[in-house]
Design a binder for this molecule. Structure first.
Ligand code: URA
Length: 304
């Protein structure tokens, strides 16, 4: 596959793409022994020998991110001791080893992210990073505004209180209805258990968004590679969450007590609590509670 020279250098982890362009213009880069100053040059990393300042680039496997629309009836793991169909059956043609970021139940469907980037995968799954996941759900009955309020504030499950959620009514049918729920955790069967708790068992569950990614019109059972833009948005999301978590650990100067000269009796200053936890962060579109009793447009149209 032919790839722009500056991208090959940047993908090797050596420098940014912009810096690589400078190096190319400065004549520091050779391809198959010849200096290349042309920024549009494309090379095949599998065949061409690219050197910077006379040294070979480190062999780095390309970063792979892809999304799969898992159908129900497939395990979201790569293998299954019980021999049931797994998502591996759907990933034909993916040359590199990729791992699912999180799971979906056997009878759930929708967006699954897969990558060979362990650090990003771990960060996206870390409960402290609160990555939003949105599900379109068909439930038994119709949720009342009180039940929606309870789900949004948090309901008590056997493994503890759930965090804040956003619930939107989408559509009602005769006996069932569709709702969209956004949560920031990833406990086992969490959405099903939340809805069971308020008396509305789940009939069908589809994950339609994961962080900055949307399932959109990817057909069931198909996968596609993320665009550069989507992959960069994921990286930026992870970076911003890492920064937010690091900042929440730092004592905040705003709320720190005024400096006092230490006396023999005084205790060492306790680190001040951060002004806001990430949970209390200023509401954004995805965390603002939905206004009650309004039937909103679904993210993805489906038949009731
Ligand atoms: N919550 C569930 O209950 N099941 C899923 O598959 C995903 C989220």
């Amino acid at each position: 596959m032919l790839i722009r020279l500056q991208k090959v250098i940047a993908d090797s982890g050596l420098v940014s793409r912009r810096k690589a362009e400078e190096w190319i213009a400065q004549g520091r880069v050779t391809v198959n022994g010849r200096v290349v100053r042309e920024l549009g040059t494309k090379v095949d990393p599998a065949k061409d020998h690219v050197k910077v300042d006379g040294r070979h680039l480190k062999e780095v496997p390309p970063q792979v991110f892809l999304m799969l629309n898992k159908p129900k009836g497939y395990m979201s793991s790569l293998s299954d001791p019980a021999g049931r169909p797994t998502i591996t059956d759907l990933l034909t043609g993916v040359g590199l080893r990729v791992f699912p970021v999180g799971r979906l139940d056997y009878d759930s469907e929708g967006l699954m992210l897969l990558t060979n980037q362990g650090e990003i995968a771990q960060a996206l799954l870390h409960p402290r990073y609160h990555v939003a996941k949105t599900y379109l759900i068909k439930v038994k009955g119709v949720l009342t505004d009180e039940e929606i309020g309870a789900l949004e504030r948090g309901v008590e499950l056997e493994d503890g209180l759930t965090g804040p959620a956003v619930v939107k009514k989408i559509r009602k049918a005769k006996e069932n209805s569709w709702v969209e729920i956004t949560i920031h955790e990833g406990r086992k069967h969490q959405v099903k258990r939340m809805l069971e708790t308020v008396g509305h068992p789940v009939i069908k569950l589809t994950r339609v968004r994961f962080g900055s990614l949307s399932l959109a019109d990817l057909p069931r059972g198909h996968y596609r590679y993320l665009t550069d833009r989507e992959a960069n948005q994921l990286r930026a999301l992870v970076r911003s969450r890492q920064e937010a978590v690091a900042a929440s650990r730092e004592p905040s100067r705003l709320v720190a007590p005024p400096a006092r000269r230490p006396t023999r009796q005084s205790h060492p200053a306790r680190p001040a609590r951060p002004a806001r936890s990430t949970h209390q962060a200023r509401p954004t579109r995805s965390t603002r509670p939905a206004s009650p009793a309004r039937w909103a447009k679904p993210s993805r149209r489906r038949k009731a």
